[in-house]
Design a protein around this ligand. Structure first.
Ligand SMILES: [Zn+2]
Length: 124
């Protein structure tokens, strides 16, 4: 991945870490989960992600004015640059297609939006 500090293709997402989930720019306090790319349990990773998305959908389904679900971001601070660049905790990087594939994200969100009768217009 591209490193915004040294401008090289030298940035990697760590094998283990934490992902924050932002949906339409909103993140719940507990809207995060651990990942481990060395684990053979990809099903557990997807289940953890789905659980966190479902918590959001349950919460969001109580809103009177619901915007369509458009933006889903999986962001992490658990990155490393080969050139040892340092990042602040505010600098987050997308884990889409690195930790969880875009197709899996779309499939999980499609199922949840049907279950909770929400409009999904993904722009990720
Ligand atoms: Zn760098």
């Amino acid at each position: 991945m591209y490193c915004p500090k040294c401008l090289n293709q030298s940035l990697f997402i760590k094998r283990k870490g934490v992902i924050d989930i932002f949906i339409n720019g909103k993140k719940r306090d507990n809207g995060r989960f651990l990942y481990d790319m060395d684990s053979a349990r990809e099903d557990k990773l997807l289940a953890d992600f789905e659980n966190k998305c479902e918590e959001f959908f349950q919460w969001y389904s109580n809103f009177n004015n619901q915007d369509p679900i458009e933006y889903v971001e999986l962001l992490t601070v658990d990155v490393k640059c080969e050139n040892n660049c340092k990042f602040s905790p505010m600098e987050r990087f997308s884990a889409v297609d690195v930790v969880i594939k875009r197709e899996d994200i779309e499939e999980i969100l499609t199922d949840l939006s049907e279950k909770y009768k929400m409009t999904l217009q993904l722009k990720i």
